[in-house]
Design a protein around this ligand. Structure first.
Ligand code: NAD
Length: 283
C-alpha cells in the first residue's frame, strides 16, 4: 500500500519521501513503482514525460528523521497492528514538523487511539486508500474524536486535487468499508470451511451472481490473509460480538505463513501477481 500511495502522489506532482525499515525494501519498492508506471505508460494512461516527472519527484529514505524533515502530510502504512502503529505515531509526533498532519492508512485501527498518543490530536485522521491505489477512486477519510474540520478539509482537498473521491466517516471499528466487507469475506471462508462449496464455486457465485469484480476468496488473498485476521480481531474486540470472530481456517492459513498474493499462496497459488491454480489444502 505504501508503494501505491507514493506512486499516486508522485504521479500527481507532489514531492514524496517513501520510508521503510531497510534500504533493500526501499530498493525493491522503487522497482515495483517503476514497473507499475511502465504498465500505465504501455496502456496509454500516462505519458513518458509524466513517468519521468513521477520518478523525479520520488525520494526514499530509511532514516525516519530525514524523511520527515519537511513533511506537510505523513501517511503511515505499516503493518495492521496497534503496537506497530502506536510506536510509529509516537515517533512521528516527536520528529515531524509541528504543522504536519499525521494520517494512517489503517483498515480498522482506532484513529482516536492513535491520535491520543500525540500532542496534536486535531491534526490526526485516517486516510484509507483502496488497493490498488493508482486505480481505485475511493479514499475513506476517518474523523477521530478530536480531528479538526481544517484537517478534514485539507485531506478532502488533496484527494480531489489528485482525482480521488473522498468519503468522510466517523471513527468506529472497521469504519464503513471493512465493517461491511470483512464479515462478507469471513463468511465466504466459513462457507468453504463448512464444505458448502469449493474455492472456485464460491468466487464464481459472487462474481457472476452479485456482479462483484472478484470473488471474496480472491479478494482476501489480494488484501492479505494476515490483514484480514487483524481486521476481524479489531471488529470483534471493538464491537464486542462473537459474530466477528475470524474463521478458524483463516487463522490456520495465517499460522502456516499463507498470506495470499504477497507470499505466493493463500486460497489460490499466485505467480507474478496472477492466479495459477488453487492452493488451499482444505477443499
Ligand atoms: N493490503 C490491502 O489491500 C490494504 C488496503 C487498504 C489499507 N491497508 C492497510 O495498509 C497498511 C499496510 O498494509 P500492506 O498490505 O501494505 O502491508 P505490508 O505488510 O505489505 O507492508 C507493510 C510495510 O510496512 C513496513 N514497516 C513495518 N513496520 C515499519 C516501521 N516501523 N517503519 C517503517 N516501515 C515499517 C514493512 O517493512 C512493509 O514494507 C495496513 O494498515 C493495512 O491495514 C491494506
Amino acid at each position: 500500500m505504501g508503494n501505491g500511495i507514493a506512486h499516486h502522489f508522485t504521479l500527481n506532482g507532489y514531492p514524496v519521501v517513501l520510508h521503510d525499515l531497510s534500504s533493500e525494501v526501499l530498493q525493491q519498492a522503487l522497482l515495483t513503482i517503476q514497473s507499475n508506471l511502465d504498465r500505465q505508460l504501455n496502456r496509454g494512461i500516462i505519458t513518458e514525460k509524466q513517468k519521468l516527472a513521477a520518478i523525479k519527484h520520488l525520494k526514499t529514505s530509511d532514516n525516519l528523521e530525514d524523511a520527515l524533515s519537511s513533511a506537510d502530510l505523513v501517511i503511515e502504512a505499516a503493518y495492521e497492528s496497534f503496537e506497530a502503529k502506536s510506536a510509529i505515531f509516537k515517533k512521528l509526533n516527536t520528529l515531524a514538523p509541528s504543522t504536519a498532519l499525521l494520517t494512517s492508512n489503517t483498515s480498522s485501527i482506532s484513529i482516536t487511539r492513535l491520535a491520543a498518543l500525540t500532542n496534536r490530536p486535531g491534526q490526526v485522521a485516517g486516510l484509507h486508500f483502496m488497493n490498488p491505489v493508482p486505480v481505485m477512486k475511493l479514499v475513506e477519510i476517518i474523523k477521530g474524536y478530536h480531528t479538526l474540520d481544517s484537517t478534514i478539509q485539507y485531506l478532502e482537498d488533496i484527494c480531489r486535487q489528485t482525482s480521488k473521491s473522498p468519503v468522510l466517516v466517523n471513527d468506529f471499528p472497521g469504519f464503513v468499508s471493512n465493517r461491511i466487507l470483512m464479515p462478507m469475506i469471513n463468511e465466504a471462508i466459513y462457507t468453504l470451511y463448512q464444505g458448502v462449496a469449493g474455492v472456485t464455486e464460491i468466487d464464481e457465485i459472487m462474481k457472476l451472481g452479485m456482479a462483484h469484480p472478484m470473488g471474496p476468496l480472491q479478494l482476501a488473498d489480494f488484501i492479505g490473509l494476515d490483514v484480514c485476521v487483524s481486521i476481524m480481531n479489531v471488529l470483534k474486540e471493538g464491537l464486542g460480538e462473537q459474530k466477528y470472530s475470524p474463521c478458524p481456517l483463516l487463522i490456520q492459513l495465517v499460522d502456516a505463513g499463507e498470506y495470499g498474493r504477497k507470499s505466493g499462496s493463500g486460497f489460490y497459488r499466485w505467480e507474478n501477481g496472477k492466479i495459477n491454480g488453487i492452493s488451499v489444502k482444505f477443499k
